[in-house]
Design a binder for this molecule. Structure first.
Ligand SMILES: [Zn+2]
Ligand SMILES: [Zn+2]
Length: 391
């Protein structure tokens, strides 16, 4: 069977000069423009709007919708994702998604298109300098192959890309009177920013950051990266729970793609948003904690080790139990809602108050168990190491 390494790499003479040329034109061109013509807020605003539209069509569209199908959307949103996604100049949706599905399936191996094991530069952009081999057949994207709108974009990709990248700034320049500035800000610099934002997830988010959920692969959570990648920096979470529409799961995590999807849901344009359960997420974290605890306890005497381990284990069992009880309770509550809905609004039912009390009690139990668990974890991992006897 043919293998990726059986064939010498063949340089792609379209992408290579493009990837090297665009940053050069952006920086030299903009440098010249700023010193000779000047800075105009309208040009900058065009950059910001185009950057957000194309960037989030990649993160919320190409990535979280087309590649992972973490939620469902109205055809109008799909159309906008496809048109603005093409404008990011990162290939068609089916091609991007097929590569990305390979990345998740074969992460950190030779079949991963942006394999970090080949070095940071390769994962960042080096891989795009070469023609893909074996040639992509999109066999891992039958759902996208069957989608007529996706195939329409694939077929007309180049026309859409060129039309939008040049067209939008040129139309705007009819009002500003500065086609050069509009093209430099709205097309060239914007493409460079989009490219390297995406590339950083394949390079930096596989090299620098934390691994709170799994060490199965090199993916990292990096809140700093999330700041300028529309939330994609929480990459360890994403690799562990790839069918979750969120990447940053806490309210204070910077994840504008998640906020966009939530807004679309609010407007009735997105639905069936998929989330990993609290239980699954907490379990993943606990498994990672356990490794840390075990390593740390080795430094203690047998007696202490057993004592701390027992205390930690008990708090863990309590939290797991509380989470499972809430899940079971919610399931029973939903069944009850379904059974009474036909006769009366569930919130008006005489049993509604009882249910809400029980659900609240369950949530409180989880919150208390979380505090206890965090305490015991701190105790087991942070307790000062005892002075070695007979040292
Ligand atoms: Zn992904
Ligand atoms: Zn990744």
């Amino acid at each position: 069977m043919s293998h990726a390494t059986d064939r010498p790499l063949e340089r792609d003479w379209v992408t290579t000069p493009f990837l090297i040329g665009t940053p050069l034109v952006a920086f030299i061109g903009l440098g010249w423009y700023l010193t000779h013509v000047g800075f105009f807020w309208a040009d900058f605003l065009l950059f910001v709007v185009m950057y957000m539209a194309t960037g989030m069509s990649i993160t919320a569209g190409y990535h979280r919708y087309f590649s992972h199908k973490t939620y469902e959307i109205h055809p109008v949103v799909k159309f906008l994702y496809l048109v603005f996604g093409a404008t990011a100049v990162e290939n068609s949706a089916i091609s991007w998604s097929s590569d990305h599905r390979l990345h998740h399936r074969y992460v950190d191996s030779d079949k991963d298109p942006y394999d970090i094991m080949k070095g940071i530069f390769w994962a960042h952009m080096g891989w795009i300098f070469y023609k893909t081999w074996p040639v992509r057949t999109y066999d891992n994207a039958p759902d996208l192959k069957a989608d007529r709108m996706v195939m329409w974009q694939h077929r007309w990709y180049l026309a859409i890309t060129m039309g939008m990248s040049f067209g939008v700034p040129l139309v705007v320049s009819l009002f500003t009177g500065r086609p050069g500035g509009a093209l430099l800000w709205g097309a060239v610099l914007r493409v460079v920013a989009c490219h390297h934002g995406t590339f950083l997830i394949n390079s930096a988010a596989h090299a620098w950051g934390f691994q709170p959920y799994s060490v199965r692969d090199t993916s990292r959570d990096n809140p700093f990266l999330a700041m300028f990648t529309f939330g994609e920096g929480y990459h360890n979470f994403h690799h562990t729970f790839q069918t979750d529409y969120r990447n940053g799961i806490r309210w204070y995590h910077w994840d504008p793609s998640k906020w966009l999807i939530n807004t679309l849901r609010f407007l009735g344009l997105a639905w069936n948003l998929n989330r990993a359960t609290d239980y699954a997420i907490t379990r993943a974290r606990m498994e990672m904690d356990e490794t840390r605890v075990r390593r740390r306890l080795e430094a203690h005497s047998v007696e202490w080790r057993e004592r701390l381990w027992a205390r930690y284990g008990a708090s863990r069992a309590r939290l797991e139990g509380a989470l499972l009880r809430v899940i079971a309770l919610r399931r029973r509550y939903q069944a009850w809602v379904a059974s009474v809905r036909a006769q009366v609004r569930p919130s008006r039912h005489p049993l509604a108050r009882g249910w809400s009390r029980r659900l609240k009690r369950g949530r409180t139990a989880v919150a208390l168990a979380r505090v206890r668990y965090a305490d015991r974890l701190r105790e087991a991992t942070r307790l000062p190491l005892p002075a070695r006897e007979n040292a």
